[in-house]
Structures are given as C-alpha cells and as structure tokens.
Ligand binder design. Structure first.
Ligand code: SF4
Length: 368
C-alpha cells in the first residue's frame, strides 16, 4: 500500500539523516522500542486527591527525573519494558490528575483564560468536551510519517485569517463527534491496528483537548508513536506534561516576529512562547519535524528569522519548508485588508527560502 500511494515513504527510511534524526520515532514505529506513554505506565507515583497542585507538580518533577533515567536506559538498550513492574499508581495517573486540575482554571495554552472549563468555555470556545471532526489514514503528511493515523480535533486557540481548516477550527468548533477518553483510545487503537505509523493529534489544535488525550492513554496498550502536531502556543505546564508522552513533535513555527503573529493569528508574544516550546522539546530530546509555512511577502520578516532561529537553537530538528499556502478564509473575504498575503507564494520566494536554509545547514530535503 505504502509503495503504491507514496513510494517516497519507503525510500525516505533509507536516508541517513532521517534514520539518525528520527531514531526514537522509527524504533517505536517498528515496534522495536516501547512508546513513551507505555513507559509512563510503569513508573511509580505517589499522590492523593487531597494534594494541592503545587504538591502534585513537585511529585511530577521527581517522577520525571526517574522517567528520564529509565527512558535513557531503554533507548540505549540496557533495559526493556518487561523488566519494569506495573505500579499501583503510575506517572501517567499523576499526569491525568494534573491535567484535570488544570482544566478547572485552564492554562493549557498561553491564552491562560483561567476559566473553569467544567462549566465555561475559554477563548478556544471549548468547555470540557472534546470534539473530533474526522480520523483517517493521512497520506499527505511528511514521507516518514505516512500513513499517519490523523485525528482532527475541532476548535483552535488561534485565529489565523488564512486558515485552511477554518470550517473545523473556527466556524464549527463543536463539529464532528463528541469523544471521551475511552472513545479516543478506541479510535487510536483501531488506527494502529489498521497499520498507521503513528497517532497524529492535530486540528484545529490538540492543546485545548489535553485532558482527553492524556486520559485516553489510560485505556490504550498498543505500541504506537504519539505525534504532537501543534501551533506550539501551549503553556510551559502543558509542555511538561507532554515531554514524557510524545514520541515525535510536528510543531509549526510560522512567524518571525510578534507583529505578524498578532495581525494574522491574534496571538500575543508569539515568538518568545513558540521558540521556548520548540527549544524545550528539542533539548529533551524529542525527535522533531518543524513545519514552516512560507507566506508571500513574509520572507524577510518571518521565513528568514524562523530558519535562522532553528539553525541556532534546534539544529537536530528536520524542517519542512512548506509551499502550500493559499489565500483562503478571511484573506479571500477581505482581500484589501490582507493584500500582502492575497496570493500564492512565488517560485522565487520559495527558492529564496530553500537557498537560505541550505546556507544555514538546515536539514529540510527529506521532509519538504
Ligand atoms: S485551551 Fe487555551 S484558549 Fe482554551 S480555555 Fe484553555 S487557556 Fe483558554
């Protein structure tokens, strides 16, 4: 099937850069190593429902250190999952408790609405419910990822004026099927059994659904790499939760400055937040393919600063330099207001982006 639909998805696996930069992802994908969430289930934790959030985070930090030691040993082939006992209360249980507490005063992303989502929706228009607009085997993702078991969550914490998924992210934030943790686990397990290489949490945006995603892992046991496909505007607390769960990151790095991010996505302090999250993920280390969408007339202000930052701060990451920008949604509706991005990217702009990446030594060819 892979050979027929995307021959590059097979060929790319022989690329030495891919083998080295995505080594953990590939080993889980091939069932040679256990997904990180399965390791989380084997790490002991001690807490109770009376503990306050500070106490829970202290316990989390302690268990995160233990996890890292075990994870490193598993990576190096010195330990296997079967050698670890199943504890009564696990590190995953602790993470579930923390995300459910965070939901009561939501700080999943840097909007930090602090609303109790059990009774009220925040900027993302979501209360505690999670909606999935579709799930399927995605053949359009980067070659090492396909077929990707993609789960599209409705709603978003951004307001991108050019959004290509605006129907699910903006117009119908409650569209699709309402899912709880158990249903999400069943969807993920079924996708893997059908042969996908990974579970790809995307949207809209997965971040507002953190509680459902983390809780779903309690009901899963299948070995599959978990992929975080996000705008990376999540809080530092959310990144801490994800570090021991996500096997590969597929983060967006769109804007090279805060002004463009504010005007085109209604996101404040974009660069500092998104750069911070990329850096934390990279340094853990987590395998990453960073996506940069090249936009017309934004080569100097966005593409070049983003590529430069990546080359200096996250050099192990692969980068997909994307040319598929199209003027849609509000750009199509109000072309005068968004005249700078009211066209496709030109060949000369794409060439300028590729040449600049080449000059910086960025690894982009196998995934662009
Ligand atoms: S996920 Fe972000 S936008 Fe949504 S309620 Fe929480 S902090 Fe606000």
């Amino acid at each position: 099937m892979s050979i027929l639909l995307r021959p590059d998805s097979i060929i790319v696996m022989g690329d030495p850069e891919v083998k080295s930069r995505l080594s953990w992802y590939i080993s889980v994908m091939r069932d040679e190593k256990p997904a990180k969430y399965l390791i989380c289930k084997r790490v002991n934790a001690e807490f109770n429902s009376e503990d306050n959030i500070e106490e829970l985070w202290r316990e989390h930090d302690k268990r995160a250190r233990e996890f890292k030691k075990i994870y490193d040993e598993i990576r190096e082939g010195k330990l296997s999952l079967n050698e670890l006992q199943v504890p009564k209360i696990s590190f995953l249980d602790l993470k579930i408790e923390i995300v459910n507490r965070m939901l009561r005063e939501c700080i999943f992303c840097e909007r930090r609405c602090k609303v109790d989502r059990r009774v009220k929706a925040g900027f993302c228009k979501l209360d505690a419910n999670t909606y999935v607009s579709s799930w399927f085997h995605h053949w359009g993702e980067e070659a090492p990822l396909v077929p990707s078991g993609t789960i599209f969550f409705s709603s978003c914490n951004f307001r991108c004026v050019f959004c290509q998924n605006y129907d699910i992210s903006q117009l119908h934030p409650h569209g699709g099927v309402k899912v709880n943790a158990e249903i999400l686990a069943k969807i993920s397990t079924t996708l893997r059994r059908e042969g996908v290489r990974n579970i790809n949490y995307v949207g809209g945006e997965p971040t507002p659904n953190l509680h459902t995603i983390v809780s779903s892992l309690k009901y899963m046991n299948i070995n599959v790499p978990l992929l975080w496909n996000s705008n990376m505007y999540c809080s530092e607390e959310t990144i801490k939760i994800l570090l021991e769960i996500i096997d590969i990151g597929l983060p967006d790095f769109k804007y090279g400055n805060d002004e463009c991010a504010k005007r085109l996505s209604a996101a404040e302090n974009y660069f500092k937040i998104v750069a911070r999250n990329h850096k934390i993920m990279h340094d853990y280390p987590i395998d990453m393919i960073i996506r940069h969408l090249v936009m017309p007339n934004h080569i100097q202000c966005c593409t070049k600063p983003v590529l430069k930052w990546i080359s200096e701060n996250t050099p192990r990451a692969m980068v997909n330099i994307m040319e598929q920008y199209r003027p849609e949604y509000l750009v199509e509706k109000y072309p005068e207001r968004y005249s700078d991005i009211n066209r496709r990217v030109s060949w000369s702009e794409m060439n300028e982006a590729y040449e600049y990446a080449e000059k910086l030594g960025i690894c982009y060819k196998p995934v662009s």
